[in-house]
Design a protein around this ligand. Structure first.
Ligand SMILES: [Mn+2]
Length: 289
């Protein structure tokens, strides 16, 4: 007899067990091998799923329920510990398949480097892609301690691949002088604030394919202490939810998204996976049409 997993905490609540009929695929990328400070985000995807059992299925913001949407939770990808390059290949291969099947990829990290292979695949499918990057950190380094495969480099790689003008950054409040100079020169750069500049920018993205990557550390550490590189001076969970809703209600065609850097071990209150799970619900209901 097959057990019903829908509210087990092993999968995001109400996930369908039928991949074929699902419009979206939730998949975990349990990688934290290149972080410069505190590891632990490999346990993020699992705790977000467990926290999801505390959610209502209904979103009063969007007047839509998870019951109205078919999505599949693939679990976590099996990644070889310590081998970042091979792990990124595995992530890219998986997402290529999800995209080829016409499904919406919704990734759970993991450190932010996991977004890099995803962006490469999404960009291959959508050459007109724009990226909305919501984060405390610019992630625009070329390398860290000489290592180009670092959690501080994914957006720089994406900018070099797609052109920095196709990258829209919000909420950034940390980075090297060089990163900030690079951002001001090359990126659609909106530091410190999230909702207000998004409101201004979104009309220009109407009709375009957009990938949304959210680092949970954009939130103030008081709202999300469970992250590897917590950064004081962040936004509230209310503003981050508003950002998701602004994107959802805009004319942008969101074609994929992720939430990264939830490291549950640093948060005994579990507020961080709890807020991340609500964010995932709103992203599913807002982004997947
Ligand atoms: Mn960050």
């Amino acid at each position: 007899m097959k057990l019903d997993q829908k509210y087990s905490g092993n999968v995001f609540i109400l996930s369908s067990d039928d991949y074929a009929s699902s419009k979206a695929v939730i998949y975990g990328m349990p990688m934290d091998f290149t972080v410069s400070f505190r590891p632990g985000s490999r346990f993020g995807p699992g705790r977000i799923r467990e926290a999801s059992v505390g959610l209502e299925e209904y979103s009063p913001y969007l007047d839509r329920s998870l019951e109205e949407l078919a999505y599949f939770d693939a679990g976590d990808l099996l990644l070889p510990f310590g081998n970042a390059a091979r792990s990124l290949d595995i992530i890219g291969d998986y997402v290529r398949g999800v995209l080829a099947d016409g499904k919406f990829p919704l990734g759970l990290g993991g450190e932010h480097l996991v977004t890099w292979p995803v962006l490469q695949e999404v960009y291959k499918k959508y050459p007109d892609l724009a990226v909305i990057h919501i984060d405390a950190h610019a992630d625009l380094r070329e390398s860290y301690e000489g290592e180009p495969l670092s959690h501080s480099t994914p957006i720089r790689k994406a900018a070099e691949l797609m052109g920095g003008r196709n990258i829209y950054q919000f909420g950034i409040r940390s980075g090297s002088r060089e990163e900030w100079a690079y951002a001001r020169e090359n990126i659609n750069f909106h530091p410190f604030e999230v909702a207000a500049p998004l409101r201004e920018v979104l009309p220009s993205l109407a009709g375009r394919p957009v990938y949304v990557t959210i680092d949970i550390d954009v939130l103030d550490p008081s709202a999300a202490p469970g992250t590897g590189t917590a950064e004081a001076g962040g936004i509230t969970s209310k503003e981050l939810l508003e950002a998701v809703h602004l994107i959802a209600r805009s004319g942008a065609n969101v074609v994929g998204a992720d939430v990264v850097e939830v490291a549950p071990i640093y948060d005994p209150t579990e507020q961080t996976p709890i807020v991340a799970s609500k964010l995932v619900r709103e992203m599913l209901l807002g982004f997947v049409k």
